[in-house]
Design a protein around this ligand. Sequence first.
Ligand SMILES: *Cc1c(COP(=O)(O)O)cnc(C)c1O
Length: 221
Amino acid sequence: MGIEDNFLRIRKILPRKVSLVAVSKTRDVGDILMLYRLGHKVFGENKAQELIGKQPLLPADIQWHFIGHLQSNKVKYIAPFVNLIESADSLHLLSEINKQAAKHDRVIDCLLQMYIATEETKFGLTPEEASDILDSSEYLNMKNIRIRGVMGMASLTDDHQRIRQEFRMLNDIFRNLKSTFFATTGSFSEISMGMSGDWEIAVEEGATIVRIGSAIFGERP
Ligand SMILES: *Cc1c(COP(=O)(O)O)cnc(C)c1O
């Protein structure tokens, strides 16, 4: 099946209230335009270099989510236009995002990337680290970022029960952070979880954003 059919099939079964990020990493602008012409505007990239190469070639009303590990020295390149940085995983990075956002007179939305997998290799914060950030005076003084919720990646496994537990853990973390730090902040509302292989489980466990690449665009080279 082609990209358009894949997209339409997923869009049809995905509940309306769940946002779909089409993960376009490694895909060329032609593939992105194919979905844009169907009315889809939210795309995800995981490398700053690749994103800043594509962004100027594509319509300005595309909403770009940054979903990969972001080095502080790359923030300045995406700060003028990025819509949501889903992978904020340190106070240092948030501080740089805040600084670059201020230069462009913007408030940049971010998600805290949480560590939920049982693999050493995945990035992300523990609940304690997230609490320490949100408690810090440095964070409280940041006027040019807005934390909208959490993001996480489940383990790469066929064990659906384990994936479900990890997503459930992320939902618990979200609710704890919400009640402790954002009880009166309506904009803290997003749980980004679920990829091509596990998004249906993620939706059942309360995802508000799913990030789907290969199930739309086909296997990456
Ligand atoms: C690549 C990627 C995805 C999408 O992966 P697929 O399995 O192709 O759907 C989602 N989230 C992140 C953080 C990614 O890097």
